[in-house]
Structure formats: C-alpha cells, structure tokens
Design a binder for this molecule. Sequence first.
Ligand SMILES: *[C@@H]1O[C@H](CO)[C@@H](O)[C@H](O)[C@H]1NC(C)=O
Ligand SMILES: *[C@@H]1O[C@H](CO)[C@@H](O)[C@H](O)[C@H]1NC(C)=O
Ligand SMILES: *[C@@H]1O[C@H](CO)[C@@H](O)[C@H](O)[C@H]1NC(C)=O
Ligand SMILES: *[C@@H]1O[C@H](CO)[C@@H](O)[C@H](O)[C@H]1NC(C)=O
Ligand SMILES: *[C@@H]1O[C@H](CO)[C@@H](O)[C@H](O)[C@H]1NC(C)=O
Ligand SMILES: *[C@@H]1O[C@H](CO)[C@@H](O)[C@H](O)[C@H]1NC(C)=O
Ligand SMILES: *[C@@H]1O[C@H](CO)[C@@H](O)[C@H](O)[C@H]1NC(C)=O
Ligand SMILES: *[C@@H]1O[C@H](CO)[C@@H](O)[C@H](O)[C@H]1NC(C)=O
Length: 853
Amino acid sequence: MVNIILLAGLVATTLAADLPTQPSSALAYSPPYYPSPRIDGGGDWKAAYQRAKAFVDQLTLTEKVNLTTGTGWQSDNCVGNVGTIPRLNFPSLCMQDSPLGIRFGTYSSAFPAGMNAAMTWDRELMYLRGLAMGEEFKGKGVNMALGPVAGPLGRHPEGGRNWEGFSADPMLTGVGMFETVKGMQDAGVIATAKHYIGNEQELFRQVGEGRQWGFNITESLSSNIDDRTMHELYLWPFADAVRANVGAIMCSYQQVNNSYGCANSKLLNGLLKDELDFQGLVMSDWSAQHSGVASALAGLDMSMPGDVTFNSGDSYFGGNMTMAVLNGSLPIWRVDDMATRIMSAYYFTHQDKNFPETNMNSWTTDDYGYLRYYSKEHYGLVNKQVDVRGQHHKIIRELSAKANILLKNSGVLPLTGKEKQIALFGSDAGETPYGPNGHPDRGGNDGTLAMGWGSGTANFPYLVTPLEAIKAKALQLGQVVQSVLDDYAYSQIKDTARQASVCLTFVSADSGEGYIDVDGNRGDRKNLTLWHNGDDLIKTVASTCKNTVVVIHSVGPVLLEEWIDHPNVTAVLFAGLPGQESGNSLTDVLYGAVNPSGRLPFTIAKHREDYGVKLTNSSTVAVPQQDFTEGLFIDYRHFDKNEITPRYEFGYGLSYTTFKYSHLKIRRLADPAGYKPAKGMQAKNDAVSKKLDPADYLFPKDFSSWKVGNFIYPYIKSVSDVKQGSYPAPKGAYDTSAQPVPAAGGAPGGNPSLYENVYEISVVVTNTGKKAGEEVVQVYLETGLADDPKIVLRQFEKVMLRVGESKTVKVKLNRRDLMRWSVVKQDWTCTEGKKVVHVGCSSRQFALSANLA
Ligand SMILES: *[C@@H]1O[C@H](CO)[C@@H](O)[C@H](O)[C@H]1NC(C)=O
Ligand SMILES: *[C@@H]1O[C@H](CO)[C@@H](O)[C@H](O)[C@H]1NC(C)=O
Ligand SMILES: *[C@@H]1O[C@H](CO)[C@@H](O)[C@H](O)[C@H]1NC(C)=O
Ligand SMILES: *[C@@H]1O[C@H](CO)[C@@H](O)[C@H](O)[C@H]1NC(C)=O
Ligand SMILES: *[C@@H]1O[C@H](CO)[C@@H](O)[C@H](O)[C@H]1NC(C)=O
Ligand SMILES: *[C@@H]1O[C@H](CO)[C@@H](O)[C@H](O)[C@H]1NC(C)=O
Ligand SMILES: *[C@@H]1O[C@H](CO)[C@@H](O)[C@H](O)[C@H]1NC(C)=O
Ligand SMILES: *[C@@H]1O[C@H](CO)[C@@H](O)[C@H](O)[C@H]1NC(C)=O
C-alpha cells in the first residue's frame, strides 16, 4: 500500500494500511502518471509561451524558485504572494480571493454568487460579470483572481461551497467556467479555476478541521471517483475552463483515490496537463500541499501561501526546492517548466504592460499598516483605497434581477403597484444589526442574506436590502408599507399580515467554507430546511394573509413542502445570493420592470432522501473514504433514474408570460462518427542539465540586513547540506524521452475534434403571453442506453421575445456532447443506438423531440 501511494505521488506519514479499522484492500488508489508534461505553447499560447521561455531562460535557480513559492501567510498585500526578482525589477505576483469579487477589498463590488450567474442561463451576463470582476482585480493590482469554481460541482445539495460555483450540471457549469474565465482574462487578470477536483464537501477536506470537530482523522477525506464519472461529470467543466485558456488551476485539499489533490500525478500530470493540454500553472490551495519533491514531480507548480503550515516560516518549496535540484531529486527542467507556466499566464494576459502595482491590503482596511503583517514590519501606506467599482452596479443589478427564479405564481406577480398595503416579514428582509460586513468572512446570518461565508466572499460596499428598495418603490406609488423583521414575533406578524394586501415573506438558508461554524453548520449545511424557523414564519403569515409571497435567499436547494401547497402562498421567488444590489434587483422583478427568467441550476426535492447521495458527516476511521458509487447519477440524473418526482425539476422556472415551441429542425453539419484520436509524439524533453554550483545559492552574505520576518526564501544554508542520494522517485518521473500524445488530447481542452460541431438544432419560440420576456431554450440528449442518464443537458440559449414575437433559436452540438468516455480505450468513443434530442423549458417539460440522424 505504501508503495502504491508513493507511486501516485503522495508522501504521507500515516497511511491507512496501518490502521486496524480499515482494510487496505478496499482502498481506492490512483495510478502513477509520469513524467510531468512540459508546457509547449499549444493552442493560442505560442506567443505567451515564447516570451515566458525567453524570460525564464535568463533566471537563476533561486529566481525561478521565487516564482513558484509563496512568501508565507500574511506576509504581503494579498492572500498569497510569491517572491520577487529584484535583479530584473520583477515584482511579486499577487493572488487574491474570491470568485464573486475582491475578498477584503475596499471600494470594490460584491457581485452575485456564481450560482446566481448560472441561474440566469445567460452566457453574455456570465461573461460581463467575469469581465467586471476582472477589471476590479486588475484595478487593485491583483495578478491572479482565485475563481471561478467548478469544484464543488454539487454532488451534495448541502455542500457548503456549492454557491461559489455554478450548477450541479457539468454542461451549465462548463459554460459558467468558460464565460467567466474569458471575461476575467479579457480584463487582464489571470483566472484560477478551482478546486481541482472532487472537493464536494467541506467536512474532512482538511485534517485540522476534522479534528477540531472531534473526529480523530489522520488524512483528508478521499473522494473515490471512477474514470468515466471523472470525465463526464467532474472534469467536464474544467475542460471548458482550459479550452477558454484559463491561466491557473488550484488543486484541492482532499484526496482523490487516496492521493492528495495537489500531489496526485494522475490528476495533474495525466488528466490536466497531458490530456487537457493545460498550458498554465497549478497552484496549491492554501496549505493543501503535503510534500515537496513528490508534489513537484506530480505536477504542482506553485506553493500557496508558501509555508508548510500558516506562518511556520518553512516551505516544501523555497529552499527545499533549490536543495532538491542541487541534490538531484528534482530535475531542473521541472522547475523551468513551473516558472515558464507561471510566466506564460502572465504574458497571456498582457500583464507586462501597464499592470498596476498592488494597491490594496488584505489585513487591514486602514490606509496605513504593516506591509509585512505577520512579522509587523514595513509600516506604511498599504491601502490606496482605489475605487475600482466603475459602473458595475448596473451589471450586478441586471444579473441578479434576471437570476430570480419564479417557482410559483397564482397571478399575483408582478405587483400592479395598486396594492394598498405592502407588508414585509422576516429578518432576511432587512439590515443585519452588525452591518453588512459585520461577521468576519460573512460567517453569520442575521440580516438579508446576499452571500455565503468563507474565503469565497467580498466586502460589501453597501447592501441594498429588500426592505429599503421595496419601501422606496412603494412610497413612490403611494402604497403603505409595514414590516416585522423579528422572525419570531408571531403576534405582531399575524396582526400586520391581516392588514396587508400582499405579504412579502423573506426566508433564508446559509452555508460556507469549513473553517467557520455557524449555528452548527460546519461549512456544509446540516439540513436543507430554512433557517430562523422560516417554515413557521411563512405558515404564520399565511394563516392571516391570503396573498403571501415568499422570497428565498439561499445557497442552494431548500425544502418547501411544509407550505408550498398552502392556498395562501400565492407566489414564490428563489433569489439565490444576489450580492450588493439585492433589494433593487428583487424590486425590479416584483414590480415587473424585469420579467423573471431564471431557471433552476439544481433540483429542488420534496425530501432530502430523494437526492440519494449522502454527505459524509462523521467518521470512525482515520482516513474517511467517500465512494462516488452513484457515478454519473447526481441531481436530476438521479431523480430520472429512480423515477422520483421532485418538487421543482432542474431547469424549471416560470415567467410573467408564456412561450410556445414549434418547427424543431435538425441539420447535420459534420460526421458525428468522424472523431479523430490524436496521434504522434510530443516533443522530446531537450533540457540540457548544466552543472550547478551549490555555492551560488547560499543565503546572500548581507541577508540579515534585508531579511523580512519569516518570509520564505529560496536559498540553502550550506554547501555541505547538499548530499547526492537516490530519491525514491516514481517510475518515469525523470524520463526525458518523447511521450505519446494522449488520444483524447492534442490541444487545450482536449482533442479538437471533440469540439467540432456536428448538428445544428433550430426551433421557433413564440411569446404567446401578454408581457415581453426571456425564455431559456434547453436542449437535452437521450441516448437510450441503460448505463447513461435518461437525459443530459447539452445546450441552451436565452432569447428575448416581445409580445407575439417569434424567433428561431439555433444551437449546435459538438462531438463531445454525443460521445462517452471509454475506460478501456482511454478515449472518447461513439455509442450505438438511436439518439433523441428533446427541446423544452426544463428537464421535465419537453415541447418537441427529434431523432439525431
Ligand atoms: C480512481 O480509481 C478508479 C477505480 O479504480 C479509476 O477508475 C480512476 O481512474 C482513478 N482516478 C484517479 C484520479 O486516480
Ligand atoms: C526572492 O524573493 C524575495 C522576496 O521578495 C527577495 O527578497 C529575494 O531577493 C528574491 N531572491 C532572488 C534570488 O531574486
Ligand atoms: C487517533 O487515531 C490514531 C490512529 O488511528 C491513534 O494512534 C490515536 O491514539 C488516536 N487518538 C485519539 C485521541 O483517539
Ligand atoms: C523543508 O521541508 C520540510 C518538510 O518536508 C520542512 O520540515 C523543512 O523545514 C523545510 N525546509 C525549509 C528550508 O523550508
Ligand atoms: C436546520 O439548520 C438550521 C440552521 O442551523 C436550523 O435553524 C434549523 O433548526 C435546522 N432544522 C432542523 C429541522 O433541524
Ligand atoms: C388564508 O388567509 C385567510 C385570511 O385572509 C384566512 O382566513 C385563512 O384561514 C387562511 N387559510 C389558511 C389555510 O390558513
Ligand atoms: C449525519 O446525517 C444524518 C442524516 O443523514 C443524521 O441523522 C446524523 O445525525 C448526522 N450526524 C452528525 C454527526 O451530524
Ligand atoms: C534533497 O533535497 C530534498 C529537499 O530538501 C530532500 O527532501 C531530499 O531528502 C534530499 N535528498 C538527499 C539525498 O538528501
């Protein structure tokens, strides 16, 4: 067992095989994949690669190491910074959270969550959100933005960070990744697709957190995922990110098949760098690195935030990497490749031209503070308070409005404006008593919920609450407004509800990252019910108010069964996590300025058990194992397979108008069976190993005069420490011979012939109602094969239609959409049998179907 795991690139001290409670034979393992593929400037990367190579060619070993290694937690402006190259005046690169804006930012925007972007099913809005966020990161001098998120994908409905990503469907998430990466990088910031991969729950992702909650674990949870599921579900959206030329990928905390995410050669060398031909850099999640040479050989390129544990002052990379090269454990070509990958991403996004110096600081909102926060050194101006928001409030409001999903409507929405009295109920309608940024990393839920918690957050520049926005609108219209924000003031609630013409009732459910526990929710939610007794609040309001409209702010699906069929609950809106313009975007929809066009990016079940998969919420073993035995069947695929009727299916959402579909046509554009496996050999590794003199890499003589606190430096202590020896490298790790191109590889994102369009599907959609509105035309594929999901989403398009207007909507399917991953061939393959295309407005409401021929 030990050997196998070592081969997989993991150096772990305690291995499960030693534990009596766990039979070693049952453990999944990850096959070794070596050598680490070198960047070659494929796809659109040639120019960036050539410039990067020229830059790296002039660097010394310690300068290269500096590029790969963070200087330590809280040692610089950003949540992560690498070393500098003073000789060339090359500044430190800054990495900053989060996927919805600038974490710890001032004068920056709080964008809607990734989930809300997915709820719009609107490619352009996804792109514009990415672009706007990218502009803000660049404005602050952030080189790499730590987002977007495709892991978690959403295996578990209560997964703590699902809202940071997009959807439980890989295709919709893939579009979210593609558009967000394009947007961010067009703005000049390097996007970081994360968390790669299988990071589907918070609990047990890190040993320390697990222990903190009283579980005696010795290694992180292992997500055991079979090869086909990996390709068709979890890897799919990352492939789209790579195809969009994402510059960075962050490897995840937990293990896959008992090998850590940041040292798993099959994941990093194999799937990502060889098969997907990823041209950027892999950075570790913060403290997700557990070994030096082993991780480097397995494909890790950058250590974040650099230290072994926060503020430990030492590193698996840094001086250890210099040493490993000098003592022969780590080939210099691997270090060159790391540095070249980092610099390629830098040139790809044109950061060599007019890129602002970092002007923000993560550790204080004050203007002045310690630049070296942890060591309390270099006091000075650290925060220039640059206002980077531009006009982004517009896109935030528009996206959030269009994300709203109308789940139920008996005709009471949109409000006419002539209702005499509006009442609002619930703490989720108003301000939190602590201010929108009152809970560190948003770890609390006591006012209107517009963001989950953890590192995936941003500071609110302001937060427009539903109460203030609705009140402003209602007063303009001469309506009377009352509100009761105490969720438990039942007698006042009933009294006020009795008087109102419409009772807007606000409820929420929150979750976040695993290092914060809010009300017993350790990142992941402990249940799918509403917080603050939301069910009772709704039922109380509805007991005296005939027109109860429920608004849900939530991180994901919630159970609605206690009141959804209540005759007095006349409308329900799912608003997700709308960010700073929450109230305004909601008011736009309530009063009809915007026709709701959001669609569910996940399934809302009637009961928790209906989802099938279970979150691993406790462990009696030292290394928790999570077998993804359900394979492809998560979310709607599970409901379809098991014939479970959900409350609201994936893709569902109402509008203020109605649509009709007609004239479904299918046109063949290319031979669907014309897939061409990639062939041939990659370039030989032509690295020339120069003899390096260890004396050149010692700590400089004047080091003590400029040393900073417990910064991580790239130097070695003494020449006599350099001992040539035989590092137990995995087989093939040092191989410099030419390697075959994987059949499924050949270009960033995978084999280009996968992405050739083979069918065009066109359908006419007509607005048959009385209001202009947008429809999301959804295209599902049915293969009829027993081991395939009944249907899978394969395309969608959002279309705006005036009253009575008809438009022809055209979408294309490519080969990847129709093929399956063959574990035997290790390639995509065509399947036999009749394929049917269903077109409609949700995963269960098909207007038209046709055979693919
Ligand atoms: C994990 O193990 C499964 C089952 O053996 C295998 O199909 C899959 O390729 C492995 N994945 C990784 C990343 O090791
Ligand atoms: C490495 O980075 C540190 C921190 O920025 C810097 O002080 C040092 O001079 C750099 N070393 C080299 C060799 O460039
Ligand atoms: C935790 O587990 C390890 C190995 O499984 C064992 O050696 C140790 O005694 C346990 N510690 C506690 C406090 O139970
Ligand atoms: C090298 O890595 C080891 C852990 O493998 C660590 O204990 C040591 O302090 C590191 N050395 C340096 C110079 O960072
Ligand atoms: C579910 O969790 C929330 C938030 O912690 C809590 O308020 C609620 O009481 C829980 N619901 C049930 C049924 O336990
Ligand atoms: C609906 O509201 C009315 C008050 O307008 C109330 O009389 C009735 O009992 C409510 N219905 C239910 C089922 O609670
Ligand atoms: C784990 O979840 C189950 C429901 O699936 C629940 O009954 C149990 O109490 C939970 N255990 C812990 C430790 O939270
Ligand atoms: C070479 O250096 C690396 C990093 O410090 C270390 O892990 C390894 O044990 C060293 N090898 C020898 C033979 O000393």
